[in-house]
Every structure is written in structure tokens, then in C-alpha cells.
Design a protein around this ligand. Structure first.
Ligand SMILES: NC(=O)c1ccc[n+]([C@@H]2O[C@H](COP(=O)([O-])OP(=O)(O)OC[C@H]3O[C@@H](n4cnc5c(N)ncnc54)[C@H](OP(=O)(O)O)[C@@H]3O)[C@@H](O)[C@H]2O)c1
Length: 284
């Protein structure tokens, strides 16, 4: 049966999932490609994650995305974990196989790099030190992808230093850990910074980071995408730094997900971005 004949069913599991724009994004594409199907938000409490994932196959789902706070736990539940998800230590997408088995993959890393390259085509990871703020699931995907792209120095700064240290130990050189009190110093001579914390997201305070020491040539990225222009990006823009927002990271993840779920490779067009962007506050 081709995907055109099947009813396509996928979703996003989170707790809560209210901030997720994945349903808007996937349902727009299903309509654009005239496919019969739907993509649903699934508010799954942490202690129900295993039962929910095991329910995907009997309910006829092709798969789902997993978001805060399920990404690391999903890794321990699925039947197979692909090498990128294993290295990152988090699953962002689950694929139901023809035998109803579950494979966990991580498309955050792919989405991050594709987004940066689309917005800043001349970007290269080996241009100078990269500073990653945060050490959670998003940070792990960003650190992995910067390493894959050839970064020679990655400084991880986190509020809980032990988590930054653990990440640096696990990934090894070129990753090093910085304490939260050192976050301003860590910007010295950086070629790029990436906020991967939840700070700056709607309902959260702005990221507490003064950019004074950051060269104005450094690329400033935020993986938070609600709002599109976080206080960090607004600050960076004011002082002349190039910036990349987090929405494209979400958009680009659709391609590997759709390939695995539906056998299709949709285009990530400016119209798609505009459609999703219209549902997101521009700034806090
Ligand atoms: N654009 C995309 O496609 C995409 C993909 C993935 C994630 N994201 C976004 O990235 C953000 C983080 O997601 P995640 O999955 O990495 O979450 P996570 O695993 O829960 O990690 C959260 C991070 O934020 C830090 N943090 C929380 N509160 C803080 C505070 N008050 N001050 C300083 N740091 C604080 C945490 O530090 P501690 O270790 O000290 O707790 C940790 O490093 C979310 O906004 C999410 O929506 C976007």
C-alpha cells in the first residue's frame, strides 16, 4: 500500500505539550501533499510514557516525536536505538516498524545543522570556539552536531556544573565544562554561542547572559523558538552579531521523520516556515 492510500497517523508526546508547534507543522504538510492523515499532540505523563509508546503500533501510528521531558527516558523503552540517538543520549523521534517494533532516532542534531546552514550558508564549525549554554537533551544534540561538523573547541556552560562536567567527560575533547559563574568569561574569543536552556522561552525569564565579551562577529543561535526572537537574539542583533533562531531546527527535522514514517521527503519551504511562524509570538 502506498502512502497515498494509507491513513497517516503520527504525533508528539510531551508533558505538557502546549508549546509544541509540531501539530501545526505536520498537519500543514499533510494538507499540502493532499495526504489523508493527521498529527496529534499527546500529553503523556512521565510514568505513562512506556504504555503510550507501546500503544503506537496497535493504534496504527507510523511513529511520533518525543519532547520535554521524555527524550532521555524514551531511549530506554524503544526496542532499537540508532547510532546518533545512542551517541546523543536522547530520542527525538520514534519509528514503528512493519513488525510493530519501535526504533528511536534523534533528528535534533540534523535539524540544528541544517537550520544554521540554511540561515548562514558560510558558517563553518571550525572557525573558532563554540559556547553551548545548557547541558540537557537539546545541548547534547548540539554538542554532537558541532563535533561532527569539525568544531575544535566546544565550551559547555551549565547552571548545574556536574551536568556540564558529565557531558564533557562523555564526549571528550574538544568539549570542556564551565561553571555558571564563568559564563561571561567563556564568551571570550568565541565564534559562536548556542542557547540550549529553556531560558528565554515564553513563561520563563530571559537567559541571564551579558554579551559584552562576545566578539561582534560571533554567530548567536537560540534553539528556543517560542518566541521566535528571544531576548538573547534581540540583544545580539542590537550589537550587530549575526543570529539564527530555533524555528528552523524544528522544521528541518520533518524530513528524516517523514522519510522514516511515511516514505516521503517533503520540501521545507519559506511558506511552511511562514505558516508555523504566524502561530508564534515574535518576542516576549
Ligand atoms: N528548536 C528545536 O527543534 C528544539 C529541539 C530541542 C529542544 N528545544 C528547546 O530547547 C529548550 C531545552 O530543551 P531540552 O530538551 O534540552 O531541556 P532539558 O533537557 O530539560 O534541559 C534544560 C536545560 O536548561 C537549563 N536551565 C533550566 N532552568 C534554568 C535556569 N533558571 N537558569 C539556567 N539554566 C536553566 C538546565 O540546566 P540544569 O542542568 O542546571 O537544570 C538544562 O541545561 C526548550 O526550550 C526546548 O523547547 C528546541
Amino acid at each position: 500500500m502506498s502512502s497515498a492510500d494509507r491513513f497517516l497517523l503520527a504525533g508528539v508526546m510531551g508533558w505538557p505539550v502546549m508549546h509544541s508547534r509540531s501539530p501545526t507543522l505536520h498537519n500543514y504538510l499533510l494538507a499540502r501533499y493532499s495526504l489523508k492523515g493527521t498529527y496529534v499532540p499527546l500529553a503523556i505523563k512521565p510514568d505513562s510514557l512506556e504504555a503510550a509508546l507501546r500503544g503506537l503500533a496497535p493504534l496504527g501510528f507510523s511513529g511520533c516525536n518525543v519532547t520535554i521531558p521524555h527524550k532521555e527516558r524514551a531511549l530506554t523503552i524503544v526496542d532499537r536505538v540508532d547510532p546518533v540517538a545512542r551517541r546523543v543520549g536522547a530520542v527525538s523521534c520514534v519509528v514503528v516498524g512493519p513488525d510493530d517494533s519501535l526504533t528511536g532516532v534523534n533528528n535534533d542534531a540534523f535539524g540544528f545543522v541544517q537550520n544554521v546552514l540554511q540561515r548562514q550558508p558560510d558558517w563553518r564549525a571550525d572557525r573558532g570556539p563554540a559556547v553551548v549554554i545548557g547541558a540537557g537533551g537539546g545541548a547534547r544534540a548540539v554538542v554532537y552536531s558541532l563535533g561532527e561538523q569539525g568544531a575544535r573547541e566546544i565550551r559547555v556552560v551549565n547552571r548545574t556544573f556536574a551536568r556540564a562536567e558529565a557531558l564533557a567527560r562523555e564526549f571528550g575533547p574538544p568539549v570542556s565544562a564551565f561553571a555558571w559563574e564563568e559564563r561571561h568569561l567563556a564568551l571570550d574569543g568565541a565564534a559562536m554561542i548556542v542557547n540550549t536552556t529553556s531560558q528565554g522561552m515564553v513563561g520563563q525569564p530571559p537567559l541571564d547572559l551579558a554579551l559584552d565579551r562576545l566578539p561582534t562577529t560571533a554567530l548567536v543561535c537560540d534553539i528556543v523558538y517560542v518566541p521566535i526572537t528571544t531576548a538573547l537574539l534581540a540583544d545580539a542583533h542590537r550589537r550587530g552579531n549575526p543570529t539564527v533562531d530555533g524555528l528552523g531546527m524544528l522544521l528541518h527535522q520533518v524530513r528524516p521523520a517523514w522519510k522514516a514514517w511515511f516514505g516521503l521527503d517533503p520540501d521545507i519551504t519559506p511558506e511552511l516556515r511562514a505558516h508555523v511562524e504566524a502561530t508564534i509570538p515574535k518576542a516576549t
